[in-house]
Every structure is written in C-alpha cells, then in structure tokens.
Write a protein that binds this ligand. Sequence first.
Ligand code: Z5A
Length: 218
Amino acid sequence: MSKGFFITFEGTEGCGKSTQIAALAERIHALGHRVRTLREPGGTPIGEEIRHTLKHSKDNHAMTAEAELLLMNASRAQLVREIIRPALANGEIVLCDRFYDSTTAYQGYGRQLDLAKVKSVIEFAVGETKPNLTLFLHVPAEVSAERVRSRQTNLPFVRDRIEEADQQFFARVAEGFRAIVATETQRVKAINAARPIEDVCAAIWEIVQPMLPKVGRW
Ligand code: Z5A
C-alpha cells in the first residue's frame, strides 16, 4: 500500500510545467517532506534512451503513431516500477512532468489512435499506479508557442520530431486535454497558467498545501 503522494503536471508545450515543478518541490521540501521530481518520457536510464529515440534521434522520422504510443508506455512502465512505486512506498511526494494524460491527449487525440486501445496500453503500463492529483496548466496556443520559442534564445531554434507536427495536431491535443479536464473532475485541477509565474505558483500551492500534512515528512 502506497504511503506517499503522486502529483502529475500536464499541459501543452511551454505551459510552465518544469518551472512550476521546481518551485513546488522547493516549497514542499522546505516543509520537511521528501520530494522527488521526474519527467516523461524519461526519468530512468532506459527511459532517457527511449526519450532520445522519440524526440531527437536522427533516424526517428519514420516512426509510426503505434510505435510512438508503445515507446511512451515502455518508458512509463520502467519509470513506474523502477522509481515511482518504491518512492511512494517510501512515503515520498512524487512530482512528475507529464504522465498518462499526455498519452491520451497526444497519441489518442493528436495522432488519432483508437482511444480504447490507448487506454488499455496505458493500463498495462501503469497497473494500479495512478496520480492522486493532476495539475493541468492551461495556456492559449499562442502563449504555448511563444514560450517554446523563448526557451532557446541563445541557441538556433530546433524543433524535435513531436514539435514538428502541424497546428491541427496541436489543436487536437488541446481538445484532448479539455476532454480530460471535463471528465476527470476529482483528480484533475485546471489552472490558468497564462499569468505571471508567481501567481501560478500561488494557485498551485493553494491546491497542494492542504493535501500535504498527512504524507511524506522526514
Ligand atoms: N508526449 C507524448 O506525446 N505522449 C506522452 O505520453 C508523453 C509525452 C509523456 C515531451 O517534451 C514531449 O513528449 C511533448 C509531449 C510528448 N511534446 N511535445 N510537443 P518535453 O518534455 O521536451 O517538453 P514539454 O513537456 O512539452 O514541456 P516544455 O516545452 O519543456 O515546457 P514546460 O516544462 O511546460 O515549460 P517551462 O520549461 O517551465 O517554461 C517554458 C518557458 O516559458 C521558459 O522559458 C519559462 O521561463 C517560461 N515560463 C514559464 N512559466 C511562465 C509564466 N507563467 N509566464 C511567462 N513565462 C513563463
């Protein structure tokens, strides 16, 4: 039985997940909780190799949507068993940058794979390990695009394989996230992330802080 607490962050590219995870981890740690930050795809040595294949490998352009779905979930299956379950069993608070809602949004809605099949692959990958809370950081498409550009001001702007998809793909992904927020009302909390960083931090803390006292203290 898991003693920790599992929070996932979701949203479109550049919505501010990494920024908010770092800030939240610091606040949680300062209260004396054990906290662990992870990302998907990746988060384990095997997962990071899969991440490279999915995103940056020069030989990945022929990847099919089905292969993409399975690789995302191979990385996830490894992360769940190697890191997330032991950390939760140890009473830690786990913050993960993306988890299975991204698969529903990107591979289900974005790549238009059969949603029932996507769900069954996810279930195989995660088993009983599901987030206690999911924070969906909502930003309009133009803010998302601008923040992705602003990430790399000192470097030539290079898109990875997934970022190269067309605007219709990203509109379907956004629709997928809207559907998840509308259906999973207990677990998923939507936050307006188009505001200044400190305001988003405060909105997240208002949701997370009341859930903390019971779990993960040293
Ligand atoms: N993917 C998938 O298809 N299926 C799956 O199952 C999973 C993932 C798990 C992972 O990419 C890709 O994999 C992603 C989905 C797909 N693909 N796409 N496209 P990633 O991990 O490389 O990147 P990402 O998850 O899309 O996130 P990101 O681009 O790194 O952004 P972020 O972490 O959400 O945002 P950030 O880095 O914190 O902020 C971006 C910039 O905005 C940065 O300069 C910040 O300083 C700035 N920022 C952040 N917040 C603010 C506010 N509030 N105001 C102003 N500026 C801000």
